[in-house]
Write a protein that binds this ligand. Structure first.
Ligand SMILES: Cc1cc2nc3c(=O)[nH]c(=O)nc-3n(C[C@H](O)[C@H](O)[C@H](O)COP(=O)(O)OP(=O)(O)OC[C@H]3O[C@@H](n4cnc5c(N)ncnc54)[C@H](O)[C@@H]3O)c2cc1C
Length: 714
């Protein structure tokens, strides 16, 4: 437990405001979960040329997050640049091959709810930042906050942060490391090593400005990616960043005699590839090492790795950020489910299993792309004019189509990955072909991304999947069992029955009358008929596994003797059941899970415990329990409760600072003593009870805690 009072607090701390950290914050905010995003950069510091491709799968998530159109609007690459991939000898030489619309389509695809977007890294980050700003109550972005270290305990995580105002402390329930490939926290705090193939290539990336450069494209029209295949075999390529004056020049592997950190040498290479010298201003750039590396697991207690912190991939194929976005999409709903009380103990570990499998599949595909390039495919004579040169270029074109095209036609990598070994998927017995990196073969087998379809009304099927689970009903199917089981468990669950004009096609696509689809579009269950026990299916897919089976639970014991797990529920007699229901549900926020005229069952975690309190009307048996204590998430929540307790004129016994917790003790409408308390995160010897005023500001209360810690240290 923490030994210091904190400056910042949120249920989830996200380290790093790169694309992946921001994506996670947005996903959480949409689910009502607060996060703080700590970023060492200043607000105005933007990464220059890096990711350009937000692929089809990421754009499907961007659509869910309400930013697909915003990214298109923020794209700085002009329409003059065709979203094609072109292969030329040199800019003043010959075109060898051109794949039209390899990176972005105008027309919608039948297989996906979105098309890819080719927009530079800056546009992607700007779009995510703008969306984060629309959640002021849920996302706190802290620029110039570098997280130095963190420590976990049973209750949460303490972070030590360097800021321009000195050292600060933060406290959260979970920490997500989205701090990029060099993650200091992964290496030094978690002590986790990446495994795989380190140093598969030495690469450079330079961002430069030249207004003259567009006019030098003689061999082909402006394309979103241009690869040079010439006798230099420099494995170099160009990516327009604006269309007219900003460009990225990339080489991987860098020729052995070139120092990628030396602009003069890089410029000489660029001039050779262009076939001309021109006015050029370098903006930023240098060498980096290309790796295929992954951590063995992504979850370490309350800490999770996402994005480049979990995996490093060859840029050949444009997957680096995109697989990180899918990490965020997988982790976001699981963290929310556990914090909201309906997610079970297998749910967070399943993040690592699911994404580890999918990321490994894509890492392997991109490494294969890296292995084939200009060095391997160029043949002597490729730059010769006339028919002899044409014949060589035709041969190289053929090799490109056989060996290199997969880098640009990789829909299987984007949409065809699966969660085959996940413990939160209910598999069926239907055989399916192996996943294929190049070709996407839609499959509704559980674990796959749900096959997409456009519906007759023009909407995407995916637009009908909610923030929880969606039962997609495509034929005669009794959904009532699922609906009832979900309600008892507090699992967000919707039923979607497409119109008759869509059903036959979808029935064929899904090969079943009903499937349960998760909020991240993955199929969790598929059935030919309603399951005998829908609750058992739900228990598995929300992570309770067999532990949700009450019979199994009673068998758990440590030393042979059965032992209780914790406080289950409390029954109290009340005089006026309706007044007391209003207090415990409307005021304190518990959910009514069942009721009769004289009994009300309530729970703060309805998915976990059917009732934690039973109110039973019986005036004669009314008694006074010693105390009922409820935890709250934050100091803000405690102060909010305090203000409302005062407003309602409930009798306050006292408000006490126990060091490790602050509690407000007051009376419910029938004079039972109730406590609402917040864990301060400070490890403090007990008993301790000092009066504290909850009408003070949050920062004053934190200062009292800091002073307490400081005086104890003297
Ligand atoms: C040449 C090149 C081309 C690429 N092209 C593509 C592409 O087309 N498509 C694609 O999907 N991917 C591409 N990528 C990869 C992509 O850029 C990365 O995969 C992506 O940026 C990873 O996002 P991230 O959020 O995980 O990490 P990052 O973007 O690295 O963000 C990590 C953030 O954490 C911050 N940080 C680090 N340590 C701390 C700390 N201790 N405290 C606080 N903040 C911290 C950093 O300042 C940074 O902002 C390319 C990469 C390269 C090099």
């Amino acid at each position: 437990m923490s030994r210091v009072a904190v400056d910042y607090e949120a249920p989830v701390a996200i380290v790093g405001a790169g694309p992946v950290g921001m994506a996670l914050a947005i996903d959480l905010a949409l689910r009502g979960v607060r996060s703080m995003v700590l970023e060492l950069r200043t607000e105005s510091q933007v990464y220059p040329a890096r990711a350009n491709l937000t692929n089809v799968r990421s754009m499907e998530h961007f659509r869910r997050w309400g930013i697909a159109d915003a990214l298109r609007a923020n794209d700085t690459v002009s329409d003059e640049v065709k979203r094609d991939v072109a292969f030329v000898t040199r800019l003043n030489g010959f075109q060898i091959e051109r794949f039209p619309r390899a990176y972005e389509w105008d027309e919608r695809l039948p297989i996906a709810s979105e098309v890819a977007e080719w927009a530079p890294h800056g546009s992607i980050e700007q779009t995510l930042r703008e969306r984060m700003a629309t959640f002021p109550d849920h996302i706190q972005v802290l620029f110039e906050h570098s997280v130095d270290t963190f420590a976990q305990d049973d209750w949460g995580v303490d972070l030590t942060v360097t800021t321009p105002d000195g050292q600060k402390f933060a406290r959260s329930e979970y920490i997500v490391l989205a701090d990029g490939g060099r993650s200091k926290l992964r290496n030094e705090v978690l002590n986790v090593r990446m495994e795989g193939h380190a140093g598969i290539a030495r690469s450079f990336l330079w961002h430069f400005r030249s207004s003259e450069f567009a006019s030098l494209w003689k061999a082909t029209d402006l394309a979103s990616m241009l690869l040079f295949y010439n006798e230099d075999r420099a494995a170099d390529s160009l990516v327009p960043q604006s269309g007219t004056d900003e460009w990225a020049y990339f080489s991987s592997p860098v020729p052995e005699d070139v120092d990628g950190d030396n602009w003069e040498q890089v410029k000489a290479m660029l001039f050779r590839a262009t076939g001309a010298e021109f006015e050029v201003e370098p903006l930023s750039g240098g060498t980096f090492i290309t790796n295929t590396l992954q951590v063995r697991r992504y979850d370490f207690g309350r800490a999770f790795l996402v994005g480049d912190a979990a995996h490093l991939i060859s840029p050949m194929g444009g997957f680096g950020m995109n697989i990180g976005v899918s990490d965020a999409a997988d982790l976001g709903w699981k963290l929310a489910a556990v914090m909201q009380g309906w997610g079970g103990p297998m749910l967070l570990p399943s993040y690592s299993i699911e994404r580890g499998e999918a990321d490994a599949f894509i890492l392997a595909g991109c490494e294969a792309n890296q292995a084939v390039g200009a060095r391997e495919l160029v043949q002597p004579g490729i730059e010769e004019p006339g028919s002899e040169g044409d014949a060589v270029r035709a041969k190289v074109r053929e090799s490109i189509n056989i060996q290199k095209a997969r880098q640009f036609k990789r829909m299987g990598g984007q949409l065809g990955y699966r969660y085959s070994s996940s413990p939160v998927i209910v598999r069926d017995d239907v055989d399916e072909p192996d996943a294929n990196f190049e070709e996407y073969n839609p499959s509704a087998s559980p674990g796959n991304r749900a096959p997409h379809a456009w519906l007759a009304d023009g909407s995407s099927l995916f637009d009908h999947f909610g923030l929880g689970f969606t039962l997609l009903v495509l034929d005669d199917f009794d959904s009532s069992g699922f609906v009832a089981a979900a309600a008892v468990r507090g699992v967000p669950f919707e039923v979607f029955e497409p119109g008759s004009e869509d059903r036959a096609g979808l029935r064929e696509l899904y090969q079943a009358p009903a499937v349960v689809v998760r909020t991240d579009h993955h199929v969790a269950w598929r059935g030919q008929e309603a399951p005998a026990d829908p609750g058992a299916v739900l228990d598995v897919i929300v992570g309770w596994g067999s532990l949700a089976n009450p019979a199994a639970r009673t068998e758990i014991s440590t030393s042979g003797a059965a032992r209780v797990k914790g406080l289950g529920h409390l029954g109290i007699y009340v005089r006026d059941v309706e007044t007391m229901r209003e207090f415990y549900s409307d005021f304190l926020g518990l959910t009514v899970t069942d009721r009769t005229d004289t009994k009300v069952f309530l729970s703060a975690k309805p998915g976990e415990e059917h009732h934690e309190i039973l109110l039973a009307q019986d005036e004669t048996k009314h008694t006074d329990p010693q105390q009922i204590s409820f935890m709250v998430d934050s100091l803000a929540d405690l102060r909010d409760f305090y203000a409302r307790i005062v407003e309602r004129n409930y009798e306050i016994d006292h408000v006490s600072n126990h060091g490790n917790a602050i509690g407000c003790y007051f009376r419910d409408p029938e004079d039972n003593r109730v406590e609402v308390y917040w864990h301060t995160g400070i490890d403090w010897p007990q008993p301790c009870s000092e009066r504290i005023d909850l009408s003070l500001s949050e920062s004053d209360i934190r200062q009292i805690l800091r002073d307490m810690v400081a005086s104890a240290a003297q």
